[in-house]
Design a protein around this ligand. Sequence first.
Ligand SMILES: Cc1ncc(COP(=O)(O)O)c(C=O)c1O
Length: 523
Amino acid sequence: MARRFASLVPFYEYGESRFFQTDGAPESVAASRRAGFMRLSKLFAERFKKTAELTGEITGGVSDLQFTSRYRVPFQFRGYVRQHFKSGTFLESSSGVTVTDLDGNRLYDLTGSYGVNVFGYDFYKECIERGAERVRDLGPVLGAYHPVTAYNVRRLLQISGQDEISFHMSGTEAVMQAVRLARYHTGRNFLVRFCGAYHGWWGDVQPGVGNPLAARETYTLKDMDRASLRVLRNRRDIACVLVNPLQGLHPNVSAPGDSTLIDSGRSAHFDRDAYAAWLRELRAECSARGIVLIFDEVFVGFRIAPGGAQEYFDVRADMVTYGKTVAGGLPVGVLCGRAEFMRRFRDDRPADICFARGTFNAHPYVMGAMHEFLTRLETAAVGGLYRDLDATWNSRAKALNDRLTAAELPVRIANLSSIWTIYYSAPSRYNWMFQYYLRASGLALSWVGTGRLIFSLNYTEGDFSEVADRILSAAEGMQRDGWWWSDPKLTNKSIRRRVFKEMIQARWASTSPMGSISSPRIK
Ligand SMILES: Cc1ncc(COP(=O)(O)O)c(C=O)c1O
């Protein structure tokens, strides 16, 4: 359904005069928005000059950059925004909780490097350097293991509470292997995933938009919903259930990005007890039906507790995937699981195997950095970072929310520990602009903008209060410039209705023989 709908959405964009008034704001508000926009655009041109120039030189040849630079704001606004905001993608250094670009701008890092950065960039630099020293004599010899691997195996099995392990090169691959093994051992074909959950970019876990093929052996069920338990109970073809515990923050919703922020419909709220209760129900149902329960902890593993989601929610899975942070900053995927599900062969049927290899699996340099990561995890210094973890991040989120509420700003925070998302409490068509105000205030966000802020645990109270001040002053700037002007008639529903109408008009214009070309511009 989603894929079919996506293929029908026509491209159109707002011309300059419409850009500032898509919500019907009066001329004075549009003028204030325009002035703010141009001021910010000038600031970007001066402040991010070198970084933007180098990015501009290569973007035409880098598919990934072409994609991310297009999907930062709703498509109707992007042409005009891209023309005026060139910030670039290069960084030169990192230190503490900051990163520095080619123009020497030091920005507080809220990207978290897609979740890899749990303990601060200096920690990972050390893991990589010391890890490389440990394995230098062997170098990049593959196939055999460097002795540091033995420690990694022991520790990861202890931490996961599982029997066996396999090493891979990315989180995506670890999940692929978990599902393949579940199918092999159960003799059933279907995997279950929950609405909105990300498990990497391979076909079976990404049905719908983004994947040109339909995923034929995937059931996408509703998260935290009893009807889903009935499906598990009644079907005989389900091999495994994949859970990404990050969905506890926004069940049934995809990772929030600002390119879909056409109104203020985004919301999020994390209820640890309710999500834990749901996981326990899933656990019971899977056990009763012989379905393999897989926790995909590529994102949350080691971030929410040293023992990951299994420890945090006190529920044990049959298989667990890790990735991102666990190799001390180098690329990796890890699968840990119960022996009966991890075996790739059958003693009684020698030709019936479940094949999985990978040239770079257990690469000595990755194992070296992982060894450093895991040994440091046992130190008092790193252990201390987990102390009162939730209390710390919940109280920081609450304090910021209190300040935003007191200042009557329509911005709110929801968080799962150190993983934050911003949502908006009043209807607006311009929330996506907030990412540019934040950037101008010296905060680095990833390409999904305000949808995902990831803090490393080495943020001190001082660092955090600086970031909180900047978020507040960015929001005040956005408010002053009129982007959050509101009219009682403006609701999220009326915004969506208006956008839908524009789409119909654009589609008609692009298909009608009398219409303009395929990308109409609404003046
Ligand atoms: C829960 C989860 N699973 C799998 C993946 C894929 O990992 P990778 O990007 O290393 O392939 C990700 C990446 O964000 C993830 O968050």
